[in-house]
Write a new protein. Structure first.
Length: 343
């Protein structure tokens, strides 16, 4: 979704950094979980944040949900810097809600569904009296297709399947009528047969209620199904971003090609020419505690050049797409001068 002069991102990160100091074997290391991220989420869109474990995806969600405090950069909500204080946090959480990855751990198994949903309504002053709380809780269950709601409201999470528990977690987030949902790998703990139900629920919430959704996943195939736009992360930074179908059909960054090569969808190669050598796919994620002098993906890239080892490419803007790769920059310069470049 391109930005216009009238359009302000509902959530935005500018040069976002988050570093953790850890002790390993008596040595102190600094883990650069985020190392200068620029990211925008617009009202009414679904943006997928894609990458391997350790790339920084969940860290961004936890900064946006105020669980972590960034060590550098700024975070904005509707164009204004986020203010951290009890009064402002309550207002912020009315608009921005996080859905956790594990529905088995995020719900209190000792409490009934009526308590889990009702507690949110009471804390935020959205219902008064036992009858009102129960009625609004039933409505929340209906919104996430837990029908008939009366059959579920007095049950415990342990009585439910993983997919049903995740629906309860989503219903709890919807209690405050948020404008933004941060969905942190909401299907990764679920059976394959019910993952599509949860993805469809997120899609329906956007279409019916206009919510913005940040969908965090390592699965680029599900990102293609759900999202309008994809941002690909590696080593704590964004390496590629753009409209979903454009990124899938014509990936610019070698790491995006690796993710596509790993996606369980044989048809993706049909006529696309997208392929990546197995030795690149066999690599491991970047060690974010080490200082690097060039491209973060250079050690795994099948198209690495000398310049990649000494200079880090910037995130280049090119026709509504962004990519941090020297190959892309060379192609852009060649296109501007009318030359033909091959690698």
């Amino acid at each position: 979704m391109p930005e216009t002069t009238e359009q302000v991102p509902v959530l935005e990160a500018r040069n976002l950094a988050l570093h953790f100091d850890v002790h390993v074997g008596g040595d102190r290391k600094t883990i650069k979980a985020l190392d200068g991220v620029d990211l925008k989420l617009y009202a009414g869109e679904i943006m997928a944040l894609v990458g391997e474990s350790g790339s920084g995806k969940t860290t961004i969600a936890r900064v946006f949900s105020l669980i972590y405090k960034q060590t550098g950069g700024e975070v904005f909500f509707r164009g204004e810097p986020i203010k951290v204080s009890p009064r402002h946090e309550r207002e912020y959480f009315n608009n921005v809600q996080l859905i956790f990855q594990d529905p088995f751990a995020s719900l209190n198994s000792l409490k009934k569904i009526s308590y889990i949903l009702g507690r949110v309504l009471k804390i935020h002053g959205l219902a008064k009296g036992r009858k009102d709380v129960r009625q609004k809780s039933l409505e929340l269950l209906e919104r996430v297709s837990m029908s008939p709601a009366e059959a579920y409201i007095d049950r415990y999470p342990t009585d439910l399947s993983g997919g049903q528990r995740q629906r309860i977690a989503i219903a709890r987030s919807l209690a405050v009528s948020p404008s933004v949902i941060l969905a942190d790998e909401p299907t990764s703990m679920l059976d394959a047969s019910i993952r599509l139900d949860v993805l469809n629920l997120l899609k329906d919430l956007r279409e019916e209620e206009g919510m913005a959704v940040m969908y965090i996943t390592h699965d680029i195939a599900s990102a293609r199904y759900l999202s309008d736009r994809i941002s690909v992360m590696y080593g704590g930074v964004i390496v590629e971003s753009g409209p979903t179908e454009e990124v899938i059909a014509n990936p610019k960054h070698p790491y995006t090609k690796l993710l596509l090569a790993a996606a369980p969808n044989p048809a993706r190669f049909k006529g696309s020419g997208v392929a990546i050598p197995s030795e690149a796919a066999a690599g491991t994620g970047m060690d974010n505690s080490k200082t690097h002098g060039g491209c973060r993906f250079a050690a795994r890239c099948p198209a690495v050049m000398d310049r990649c080892l000494s200079q880090e490419p910037a995130l280049l803007e090119l026709g509504g797409r962004q990519s941090a790769c020297w190959l892309v920059e060379d192609e852009a310069q060649a296109a501007a001068s009318g030359e033909l470049v091959s690698h």
